[in-house]
Design a protein around this ligand. Structure first.
Ligand SMILES: *[C@@H]1O[C@H](CO)[C@@H](O)[C@H](O)[C@H]1NC(C)=O
Ligand SMILES: *[C@@H]1O[C@H](CO)[C@@H](O)[C@H](O)[C@H]1NC(C)=O
Ligand SMILES: *[C@@H]1O[C@H](CO)[C@@H](O)[C@H](O)[C@H]1NC(C)=O
Ligand SMILES: *[C@@H]1O[C@H](CO)[C@@H](O)[C@H](O)[C@H]1NC(C)=O
Ligand SMILES: *[C@@H]1O[C@H](CO)[C@@H](O)[C@H](O)[C@H]1NC(C)=O
Ligand SMILES: *[C@@H]1O[C@H](CO)[C@@H](O)[C@H](O)[C@H]1NC(C)=O
Ligand SMILES: *[C@@H]1O[C@H](CO)[C@@H](O)[C@H](O)[C@H]1NC(C)=O
Ligand SMILES: *[C@@H]1O[C@H](CO)[C@@H](O)[C@H](O)[C@H]1NC(C)=O
Ligand SMILES: *[C@@H]1O[C@H](CO)[C@@H](O)[C@H](O)[C@H]1NC(C)=O
Ligand SMILES: *[C@@H]1O[C@H](CO)[C@@H](O)[C@H](O)[C@H]1NC(C)=O
Ligand SMILES: *[C@@H]1O[C@H](CO)[C@@H](O)[C@H](O)[C@H]1NC(C)=O
Length: 681
């Protein structure tokens, strides 16, 4: 029994000891740090999930890392609360985290000024406050001797940027101040010799190219785009021999491109679009063995496009659109990696070069507005680019005939964009073989004949624009069975997001889609000569967002089933010969933001409720027998003979009657002025 007593005592001892250890772990977190965190949490005004105020071991709280140096009195070395929906401000008490090495409060809703004392942490290596709503200016002298990573991007920091970070911080590798409101810049970064990454884009910075950057020999990525820098580009940029990515687009740089690419042996990506650059492509650029992406869109560069593919072995993306380059294009046959080629809006002229046949990797090609002729030869050549996915040929081939050659084959084509070319002829049968087609835009041409039924067979087609042509006959009912508009089966997003496309809208407007696949699911057959009914089966198109049948000769009624197109945002049926009433069920289209049935032969009441409370009078005008709220309320006008009997009349109050009377007078005046009542001259 003695032995068991001893062992019991031993067990008890062990238990107490373990409890003591646990107890000491309970108090493991340094009290200064605990106070600092308490103050921090108070200023936030929102709770931090996973912070347990009953436990003094702040080391176990969410987002907190402590050092391993001792059991007791552990110091907080990391505070990482990115993307935790924190709101409120940061207050000075946080300075108590003396040993902190990582401070990450990015992607939250923090606002207000940052206490200047926060820029004095001795051991801080990583500071990430990006994606918040901080305001105010930065202190001129920042004392962060250990800092390596400094990210204040996407906030509202303002005032002059006068940064002397490297007087004290010589190890810094990464600076990101992008997308703030820093005005003029005095960047004293020349002693930051360890800098690899500098992001200053989107700040409204002005002045000349910051020359003190030229000494940063380790610089790999330099982003200066979307500022107001101006003046010439300095040859000294060539000193940055480790640059991999240089983006200076959307500034006011002018003059010619210096011939410094031979010294930038690692440069992979060069963007200088939307500046005011002039002159020729530098020899060292068109012979660069390292460049895979060149974007010089929207400048005033000229001369020949003398790309040397034997030298530019890595080039995959070449965007020279909107310049004054002259054709012919040099032989690109051996640019075997070329995937994106945008030469739109230059002075190419002539036919599509024969050697384009050899661009086997080509996925995106735009030659819009380049004075290209002979669409037959263009398509014959380009069908050999077996990987071609997006083809944009707008504003060329004026008044030519759409080739009907049945042998054309575009197996990979997903988007075909040839609007605004005055093309004659009809929809060619070879198109039916483009079975991958997702987007077809042949608007603003002079194509005629009927719309073939096989258009309904494209299983991926979600965007069809045949507006402003001369198509006649009925709408093929097969369109109401388009697979990807019936079931939400779209979309294959596989190309770079910044391939922009402009869509002209009828009334002089232009829509800019930054990504071709961001086009909303659309059927636009407006401004043709289509006749016959709107098929009730349109109701099947549950994934359709935009339907425009404006400006045709469609007749019959608006089918009740249209209310089943539950994704519909825009419905334009104006300027047709539609009759009957507007189905009441359309009030259930809860995404409908544009609706137009003007200039038809509709009658009866306008549905009330739902989105219908938001549509203006002009959505309904020009229907003789339609009761419109202001112009012609049913209550005053004679009930038109066609209206089904037994329709309830609303009780008219006196305010409404006066409004209606004034409206009536205005209508009469308007009709006289516009010549409806008295024909003009
Ligand atoms: C603490 O020690 C563990 C295990 O040795 C290690 O994984 C962790 O990174 C250390 N933490 C710090 C902040 O040093
Ligand atoms: C900070 O946290 C965010 C969100 O968790 C994360 O995306 C980001 O990479 C972190 N920053 C650093 C420098 O690690
Ligand atoms: C850069 O370093 C040099 C030499 O150490 C020094 O004279 C100069 O003041 C420093 N410049 C800045 C902006 O820190
Ligand atoms: C470029 O580097 C050379 C030496 O490699 C140096 O003499 C010259 O001053 C540098 N240019 C600029 C603009 O910093
Ligand atoms: C560049 O623009 C400045 C004014 O913004 C002008 O003085 C200068 O002559 C221009 N240089 C060239 C080469 O066009
Ligand atoms: C083209 O560049 C000018 C500035 O040079 C800019 O104002 C304009 O917005 C740019 N256009 C496009 C389509 O990016
Ligand atoms: C094109 O590049 C090749 C390989 O670098 C070179 O031998 C040739 O001279 C270059 N051609 C021209 C016209 O510069
Ligand atoms: C064409 O595309 C296919 C599939 O995306 C790819 O495997 C192939 O390498 C591409 N061809 C060329 C020449 O790039
Ligand atoms: C267009 O090119 C084809 C060859 O693909 C040729 O037969 C035809 O004559 C050309 N048409 C014109 C108008 O030049
Ligand atoms: C139809 O296209 C022509 C050019 O072919 C254009 O001038 C006209 O404005 C367009 N009309 C509408 C209504 O879009
Ligand atoms: C409806 O269409 C007519 C004619 O096409 C146009 O005049 C009117 O501005 C349009 N109204 C709305 C709200 O779009």
């Amino acid at each position: 029994m003695g032995i068991s007593k001893v062992s019991l005592a031993f067990i008890l001892l062990v238990i107490t000891f373990r409890q003591r250890i646990q107890g000491s772990q309970e108090q493991a977190c340094n009290s200064k740090d605990l106070t600092a965190l308490k103050g921090f949490s108070k200023c936030l005004g929102s709770d931090i999930g996973g912070w347990n105020w009953n436990s003094f071991n702040c080391c176990s709280w969410t987002g907190i890392t402590c050092d391993n140096s001792s059991f007791v009195n552990k110091r907080v070395v990391g505070l990482e609360l990115g993307n935790k929906r924190l709101a409120g401000t940061i207050c000075e008490t946080l300075v108590g985290l003396e040993q902190v090495r990582i401070l990450n409060l990015s992607h939250n809703f923090l606002h207000g000024k940052i206490p200047t004392t926060l820029f004095r942490f001795q051991n801080l290596e990583v500071l990430d406050l990006s994606n918040n709503d901080f305001v105010g200016s930065l202190p001129v002298v920042i004392h962060l001797p250990s800092i390596k990573y400094f990210d204040l991007s996407k906030n509202h920091f303002s005032s002059l940027l006068s940064l002397e970070l490297c007087k004290t911080s010589s190890h810094i590798r990464y600076i990101n101040l992008a997308n703030n409101f820093f005005g003029e810049a005095s960047l004293y970064l020349e002693n930051c010799t360890s800098l690899h990454y500098v992001h200053l884009n989107g700040n409204g910075l002005s002045g000349a190219f910051p020359e003190n950057l030229f000494r940063l020999q380790h610089l790999r990525i330099l982003h200066l785009q979307e500022n107001r820098f101006s003046g010439p580009l300095h040859y000294g940029i060539g000193n940055l021999s480790n640059l991999v990515e240089l983006d200076i687009s959307s500034n006011g740089f002018n003059g010619s491109l210096p011939d410094f690419f031979g010294r930038l042996r690692k440069l992979d990506s060069f963007s200088a679009g939307s500046n005011r650059l002039t002159g020729l492509l530098p020899i060292s650029l068109v012979n660069s063995p390292s460049l895979s992406m060149v974007d010089l869109r929207n400048n005033s560069l000229d001369g020949p496009m003398n790309i040397n593919c034997s030298a530019m072995t890595r080039i995959a993306s070449l965007r020279l659109a909107s310049n004054n380059f002259q054709g012919p294009v040099s032989d690109l046959s051996s640019c075997q990696s070329l995937r994106n080629l945008d030469l739109a809006r230059n002075k190419l002229g002539g036919e599509v070069p024969f050697h384009f046949k050899n661009l086997q990797a080509l996925k995106f090609l735009s030659l819009a507005g380049s004075g290209i002729i002979n669409i037959s030869s263009a398509l014959e050549i380009l069908q050999d680019c077996k990987n071609l996915t997006i083809l944009v040929l707008s504003l060329n081939f004026y008044h030519e005939e759409m080739p009907s050659n049945v042998n054309l084959k575009f197996r990979s084509l997903k988007a075909l964009v040839i609007p605004n070319c005055h093309l004659k002829g009809s929809l060619p049968i070879w198109l039916s073989g483009c079975s991958m087609l997702q987007l077809l835009d042949l608007s603003w041409n002079s194509l005629g004949g009927s719309i073939p039924f096989w258009l309904g067979n494209f299983i991926y087609l979600f965007y069809l624009d045949l507006s402003n042509n001369s198509f006649s006959g009925e709408i093929p009912e097969s369109l109401t069975g388009l697979e990807s508009l019936v079931h939400n089966t779209v979309l294959l997003k596989e190309l770079p997001a910044d391939l922009r496309l402009v869509k002209s809208t009828g009334h002089g407007g232009r829509l800019l889609y930054n990504n071709i696949w961001s086009f909303p699911p659309t059927i636009d057959l407006s401004c043709n000569k289509l006749t016959g009914p709107i098929w009730p089966s349109f109701g099947n198109l549950k994934n359709l967002h935009v339907l425009s049948l404006e400006g045709n000769d469609l007749s019959g009624t608006i089918p009740d089933s249209m209310s089943e197109m539950t994704s519909l945002e825009e419905l334009d049926l104006s300027r047709n010969k539609l009759s009957g009433e507007i189905p009441n069920s359309l009030v259930h289209l809860s995404f409908l933001s544009k609706f137009n049935v003007s200039y038809n032969e509709l009658y009866g009441d306008i549905p009330s409720g739902g989105q219908f409370t938001t549509f203006p009078e002009s959505s309904f005008e020009g229907n003789e027998a339609l009761c419109t709220r202001m112009l012609r309320p049913c209550q005053i006008e004679q009930v038109p003979p066609l209206v089904t009997p037994g329709k309830k009349m609303k009780i008219v109050d006196w305010k409404f009657s006066i409004g209606a009377a004034i409206g009536f007078v205005l209508t009469v005046c308007f009709c006289f002025k516009s010549g409806w009542v008295l024909p003009k001259g």
